[in-house]
Each structure stands twice: as structure tokens, then as C-alpha cells.
Write a new protein. Structure first.
Length: 182
């Protein structure tokens, strides 16, 4: 769908991703994930609901993405779409949790979201989603993500520029200047 709307897409397969803090950050799957986060302008986070929450596999992916990599905040200013699938009745637990994480990671989470109940009934044998109002909602979410990403393109610096960070940078610069003059 995203390609249909003109986006270049890449998908991260978490198979083989170690648990957070159970491997060094130079582990190939960790590096692959971090490289994709840095590459992206927008992201789609989708998790099944397990015991009323996002899956541990999905949370592990989030936990491997640092809030800061040197001077770069890898997720800050990127757009985010959140979705979930449920095995039973419809719930919004996961999308609500993903919104909190997106905000914590300084992402612009789009207003629309998708929750697909009884997901086992919504896909055909080939793994494609069947036509339904749930499918239409997924299309709406993807379209909105592309629109917000384009609208925010080249504006992130203005929107995420923070007084506290400018002040901290100025203080660090002054400390380095003072050290050199000693």
C-alpha cells in the first residue's frame, strides 16, 4: 500500500534479534534495525495483542532503538502509524501503548490508527487481507502516514528544536572551550 502511495519501503524481520541487553549493539540484527530506523522518514508499527499488550518481540525491537546515538536522535521528528491485530474481540490496548512509546521517542504519531479484531478471519490463504471495513481502515492509515510524512518533510528541525537541548549544547560547547584554554 505504501508503495502504491509513492513511498519507498523496507521491512524489518525481527527473527534472530536478541533480547535487549543480551548481546552487544554491534550484533548484525541490532545494526540492521538501527540502520533502518535512521534511514526512515516514517514508520509503521504493528503488533499482535498478546495478553492485553504488545508482543515481547515488538517491545524488544523498540528497546534496541536508543533515544540518542551520539548527537543524533534516531526517531525524533519521524512520522509514525500504529496498528494492531487481535485474535479475539477488538481492543485498542496495543495502539495506545504504541502511541505512548512513539511520543516518548519524539515521533509524530498520526491521528488515525487500525485495530483488526479476529485477524484469523480477515486474511486469505495467500496472507492478503480480505476486502472489508478493516481493510479500508488500513488503507486510510497508510494514506494518512504518507500525507503527514510529506507535510512534515524538511520541517522536523523546526518542530523538534528545543530550548533545553540548545541550552545543553551551548553549555557543553562552553565547557570544551574552557578546557582548551586551560
Amino acid at each position: 500500500m505504501l508503495e502504491h502511495f509513492g513511498a519507498e519501503t523496507r521491512v524489518f524481520n525481527p527473527s534472530g534479534l536478541p533480547l535487549p541487553d543480551d548481546a552487544p549493539v554491534d550484533h548484525p540484527k541490532v545494526q540492521e534495525l538501527r540502520d533502518l530506523v535512521l534511514w526512515s522518514e516514517g514508520q509503521v508499527w504493528c503488533s499482535p495483542e498478546r495478553h492485553g499488550a504488545m508482543s515481547a518481540v515488538f517491545k524488544a525491537q523498540i528497546d534496541w532503538v536508543p533515544l540518542e546515538l551520539g548527537a543524533v536522535r534516531p526517531t525524533q521528528g519521524k512520522t509514525l502509524a500504529v496498528m494492531q491485530v487481535c485474535g479475539g474481540s477488538q481492543s485498542f490496548n496495543v495502539v495506545n501503548q504504541l502511541r505512548v512509546l512513539g511520543r516518548w521517542m519524539r515521533m509524530f504519531t498520526i491521528p488515525n490508527q487500525s485495530s483488526v479484531p479476529k485477524a484469523y478471519m480477515e486474511f486469505d490463504e495467500a496472507g492478503r487481507m480480505k476486502p472489508s471495513p478493516f481493510y479500508d481502515r488500513v488503507v486510510d492509515v497508510m494514506e494518512e502516514l504518507v500525507k503527514f510524512t510529506v507535510l512534515l518533510r524538511d520541517r522536523q528541525d523546526d518542530l523538534v528544536d528545543r530550548y533545553s537541548e540548545r541550552k545543553e549544547s551551548a553549555e557543553q560547547l562552553m565547557a570544551r572551550v574552557n578546557q582548551r584554554s586551560i
